[in-house]
Design a protein around this ligand. Structure first.
Ligand SMILES: *[C@@H]1O[C@H](CO)[C@@H](O)[C@H](O)[C@H]1NC(C)=O
Ligand SMILES: *[C@@H]1O[C@H](CO)[C@@H](O)[C@H](O)[C@H]1NC(C)=O
Ligand SMILES: *[C@@H]1O[C@H](CO)[C@@H](O)[C@H](O)[C@H]1NC(C)=O
Ligand SMILES: *[C@@H]1O[C@H](CO)[C@@H](O)[C@H](O)[C@H]1NC(C)=O
Ligand SMILES: *[C@@H]1O[C@H](CO)[C@@H](O)[C@H](O)[C@H]1NC(C)=O
Ligand SMILES: *[C@@H]1O[C@H](CO)[C@@H](O)[C@H](O)[C@H]1NC(C)=O
Length: 255
């Protein structure tokens, strides 16, 4: 009997403590509702901070931060104020302005590349403070992707894949007949936000037969992927005809 009492009582105590705790700390953030991945130039996109405010709490102030910089402040019943990356892009739905005690919505009319990064919502009252954060990645599709082959020496060829315009910095892979080749590869790290360009070269032994060469680009942390394919005609086979440096491309992407 004693053992039953012992096993039951800790959970009762826990429940009581939890009940007391949640009654006192009625102010809390339930969730941050925002997309994890968004394409540059699209919109509108809602950033929603969902919270609960204790009935007895006064002095509600809601703030949003982007990468530790404050971008928004709302002291109801005044209107929200915004600065920085969301200025001129934010709208505040009337329904939300009338009902500030459950959530704060920032409606971004158009997504810009600067909006990528971590967002934090904080709520505070005279007694309590709570915060929650979430990340949103803004990506830009490539403006160009090319796969080429260059003679390297008598026995080897240089396969290169170059991608421009994609952000954040994509990773590249080269496949020869479906098999990834990365030995003696050289990947260019010359990537800047203002001139986003990446390339990958792989030097491989020249082939005898026409060969499918494929480059895969993917933007990390997103589902954005793209493949570009060419058929390489080895020089021994190329010399015969004038019109057989044929190219076949096949692109697809997934978001
Ligand atoms: C992002 O989208 C905007 C609006 O469509 C466009 O003006 C801008 O050039 C884009 N940025 C990049 C880096 O592509
Ligand atoms: C061509 O380059 C490759 C890779 O550097 C090397 O292994 C090979 O010996 C070279 N071939 C000739 C004919 O120089
Ligand atoms: C392969 O070709 C590209 C394009 O011409 C060139 O930039 C790169 O340096 C070459 N790689 C090697 C290892 O020679
Ligand atoms: C090269 O590719 C193999 C298999 O595709 C992979 O296991 C390995 O990590 C890659 N190496 C580099 C340096 O990327
Ligand atoms: C040219 O390609 C064909 C197959 O497409 C191959 O059988 C042949 O050996 C190649 N010719 C040379 C000279 O390598
Ligand atoms: C190239 O020419 C050789 C010799 O004339 C011939 O045997 C071969 O089939 C030709 N290859 C192609 C791809 O036409």
């Amino acid at each position: 009997m004693l053992s039953i009492v012992h096993t039951v009582s800790p959970s009762i105590i826990t429940l009581l403590i939890f009940a007391c705790y949640s009654e006192v700390h009625g102010t809390s953030i339930k969730s941050l509702d925002m997309p994890h991945i968004v394409r540059n130039g699209t919109g509108p996109v809602d950033l929603i901070c969902i919270y609960e405010i204790d009935k007895d709490d006064n002095g509600l102030v809601i703030k949003w931060f982007h990468e530790a910089y404050q971008i928004y402040q709302w002291i109801p019943p005044m209107l929200p104020q915004d600065i920085g990356i969301i200025k001129d892009f934010a709208e505040y739905p009337a329904e939300n302005l009338k009902n500030p005690y459950s959530h704060s919505i920032i409606r971004l009319k158009t997504i810009t590349i600067d909006m990528t990064g971590e967002y934090m919502c904080t709520i505070s009252t005279f007694q309590y403070e709570a915060s929650a954060s979430a990340k949103m990645i803004v990506y830009v599709p490539e403006s160009d992707m090319t796969v080429r082959t260059y003679p390297f020496n008598k026995t080897h060829v240089n396969l290169t894949c170059a991608v421009t315009g994609a952000q954040p910095r994509p990773s590249l892979r080269l496949y020869v007949e479906g098999i990834e080749r990365n030995e003696s590869s050289e990947s260019s790290i010359d990537w800047h936000k203002d001139d986003p360009r990446v390339s990958l070269d792989v030097i491989i032994e020249d082939m005898l037969d026409p060969t499918v060469i494929e480059c895969e680009m993917l933007i990390p942390d997103t589902e954005y992927k793209r493949r570009e394919r060419i058929v390489y005609y080895p020089s021994s086979n190329r010399s015969n005809a004038t019109d057989n440096i044929a190219f076949e491309t096949n692109n697809f992407f997934v978001i």
